[in-house]
Design a protein. Sequence first.
Length: 242
Amino acid sequence: AEIVIVRDEQEAGGLIADAIVALITGKPDAVLGLATGSTPLATYRALAERIGERRIDVRGVRGFALDEYVGLPAGHPESYRAVITREVVEPLGLTPELVRVPNGDPTGIEHAGRDYEAAITAAGGVDLQILGIGRTGHIGFNEPGSSLASLTRVKTLTAPTRADNARFFDSPDDVPMHCITQGIGTILRARHLVLLAFGEAKAPAVAAAVEGPVSASQPGSAIQLHPHATVVVDEAAASRLE
Ligand code: F6R
């Protein structure tokens, strides 16, 4: 992977937003792969600014979120559908119908993974996939042990990931037990991967992803299998790199 070390999240956000603007300018119906969580927020903000200032037409831009919780009530403010609407679709001015999130409704969940894969394929695949990484090394919600060939499916969240995400809920017990996530195989089909990480807590996962052996026990290491992966990190997240 290409490693870019930046001063802070704002610099990272600006760089990635510039790359996305270039993509959209050349391909007005570009397909973006969207991560949730805290890491990409500066990117989404920088992108919204550029779109507004330069009056970029984004009405044709399509998007696919990485993952969703299973079993939250429809419209729950911390569902990734709600987060993607609030942090991405609205500020960027995307067309809501063109931005998909895996369906975490337990009714019909057995088809949801297959349907999502079919929708990504029908869209012609993801052009640029934004990725965060969990302390456990997960990308999407592919926790350690996930097959490197996996496709979108239901998974169980690990205890550390539920603890990390408890900050978004009233009580740690409110964090769902299950999620539906693009697989590692799904993620690897995107044409460009951009993995972002900031802060000391991510340093071991970044080192394992970039320099460790490619292994299902460190899902982030799958990026080493990809011909076009960019890793954008601050000094703290880069601190365990050789
Ligand atoms: C989010 C996702 C996760 C997060 C990861 C890091 O859609 O798939 O892999 O990217 O948990 O989360 P933050 O950015 O909140 O540290």
